[in-house]
Design a protein around this ligand. Structure first.
Ligand code: NAD
Length: 503
């Protein structure tokens, strides 16, 4: 364990390689709120302006490199970042409150994603050169992909490094400079990782402006120099960000909230493997992952069996300080999130749900200093209680019986969200058919958790869960503009010139 006095201070505002001195934001440990993890600078609108000036200056140089040259620079940065993964992970555990395996997976995202996207250099080069359209009459049309210009990246606190690099890497590979506003709840590790990346690239290609969302964040997304906003966070903030981007007709990519349903059909194999998969799917990162399972619909004929096995599984979840190797899940990120979880659970209870709390509390005498919540199931009751209809972002899961597949699909789709969903059945072909009917960007069969969404699979949401897709070469092209280059062998044959001709 790190000593309680561990504190770190990182450059919260880094523009063109220069640090700026600003008032500080204190970052606290959610497992022990009196413990300060560190501080970052609280950036201002002026810092955002300076970052944009630096980005605009850097743009011609960065966009002028060949995709291969950009890839070489990203690969060099990946080599420098990889050995730092343990350091980043230790900080993520302190500021996010997640266990080492989760923190390390997040931290590794920095070098892994740079390498994945550098690997698309040939595709980007081909698109940059462009392809002729097969036939456009007498016109010769060549369609190229060109960089857009400065891209704003705003990640959330739950997986800050992975989600920042998931946007930064394709934006850079496309030839754009980026300005990142890290999340104020967990800014330290991602600022360090981005700082290392920035050092490996020409000044102004990567700038970081820490600060509060409604201040520095809003100044960035509403800045006229920004050509694309890549935002990952809640649907509520996404709405605000889209409004500010609309002022300049700025393109947006939105990765927003989810309320993923898992549907357990009457022929599902309810065994140890299924319970382990669903425990991971529901309770990973204490229920604070965008595509955690957030509701489970179970065929009424299997409800008792399912609840019996699943609630036994809850007992395996050890809740405590994530620095303790025995811990399976840590605290929630903020005291407000813990309070909301309690309210949702009480509301579900008052609407007839049977509450089954579980989990083993590690050092319960310390719990009042952290944002700890015991994992729980809310079985039955009002199928439209807030716990079912809203994104709870906590380890409390509603379990709702259904009579027909039609009913289960209708209820699963009866939400504004559409991020992911899953169907559980011994008959994979049938599960596949039911999964197709879910309004969700990703549908899983007999699995639904982090690790099950490969980096090649486009990831994003239907409805209010987002706009656009991450992962894959298409996320690079989404940071580029299509440019049609038009020429004619004989421009004189194009109609409409007669009245402009002399005589
Ligand atoms: P949030 O919306 O509160 O904050 C996200 C980011 O937006 C933060 O960096 C914050 O500083 C910034 N921000 C806040 N107000 C802003 C404003 N007015 N202008 C510009 N930026 C502003 O979200 P959160 O609590 O950090 O993250 C949790 C949410 O993110 C959940 O809803 C979760 O489902 C979602 N999420 C989605 C994905 C996905 O890939 N779809 C991934 C992870 C998290």
């Amino acid at each position: 364990m790190r000593p309680a006095s561990f504190e770190t201070r990182v450059a919260g505002v880094l523009v063109a390689g220069r640090e700026v001195v600003r008032p500080l934001i204190r970052v606290e440990n959610p497992a022990s709120r009196d413990e300060t993890v560190g501080y970052v600078a609280c950036g201002t609108r002026d810092d955002v302006d300076a970052a944009l000036t630096a980005a605009e200056l850097a743009f011609p140089l960065w966009a002028g490199l060949t995709p291969k040259e950009r890839a070489v620079a990203l690969l060099r940065a990946a080599d420098v970042l990889e050995p730092l993964s343990e350091e980043f992970a230790a900080t993520l555990t302190l500021e996010v409150g997640k266990v080492h395996a989760e923190s390390f997976g997040d931290a590794e995202g920095a070098h892994r994603l740079l390498r994945v996207f550098a690997g698309f250099a040939d595709e980007v080069a081909a698109a940059d050169h462009g392809a002729p359209l097969p036939s456009s009459g007498s016109a010769q049309v060549h369609v190229r992909h060109v960089p857009k210009g400065p891209v704003a990246v705003i990640p959330p606190w739950n997986t800050p490094i992975y989600l920042a690099f998931m946007a930064v890497a394709p934006a850079l590979m496309a030839g754009n400079p980026v300005v990142v506003k890290p999340p104020e709840i967990a800014p330290i590790a991602v600022t360090r990782a981005l700082g290392v990346l920035a050092e490996q690239l020409p000044p102004g290609v990567v700038s970081i402006v820490n600060g509060l969302g409604p201040d520095a964040g809003a100044a960035l997304t509403g800045h006229p120099g920004i050509r694309k906003v890549l935002f990952t966070g809640s649907t509520a903030t996404g709405t605000t960000v889209m409004r500010s981007a609309a002022a300049n007709i700025t393109d947006v990519g939105m990765e927003l909230g989810g309320n993923d349903a898992a549907i357990v059909l009457e022929d599902a194999t309810i065994d140890e493997e299924m319970i382990a998969q669903l425990l991971a799917g529901c309770f990973g990162l204490s229920g604070q992952i965008c595509y955690n399972v957030k509701r489970i619909y179970v065929h009424a004929s299997r409800l008792d069996e399912f609840v019996g096995r699943f609630s036994e599984g809850l007992e395996r979840i050890v809740v405590g300080d994530p620095r303790d190797p025995l811990t399976v899940i840590g605290p929630l990120a903020t005291p407000e999130a813990r309070e909301r979880a309690r309210e949702l659970l009480e509301d579900a209870r008052s609407r007839g749900a049977r509450i089954l709390e579980g989990g083993r509390m590690l050092a319960p005498e310390t719990w009042e200093h952290g944002n700890f919540v015991r994992p729980a199931l809310a079985v039955g009751g009002d199928p439209h209680a807030a716990l079912v209809m809203e994104e709870q972002f906590a380890p409390i899961i509603p379990v709702i019986p259904f009579a027909t597949v039609e009913e289960a699909v209708t209820e699963a789709n009866a939400t504004h969200y559409g991020l992911a969903g899953s169907v559980w059945s011994a008959d994979e072909a049938r599960a596949w058919e039911v999964a197709r009917r879910l309004e969700a960007g990703t549908v899983f069969v007999n699995i639904h958790r982090v690790g099950a969404s490969p980096a090649e699979a486009p990831f994003g949401g239907f409805k209010r869960s987002g706009i656009g897709r991450n992962h894959g070469v298409d996320s690079i092209f989404a940071c580029m503009e299509q440019q049609s280059v038009v020429r004619f062998e004989d421009a004189g044959v194009v109609p409409g010139l007669d009245r402009w001709r002399a005589g």
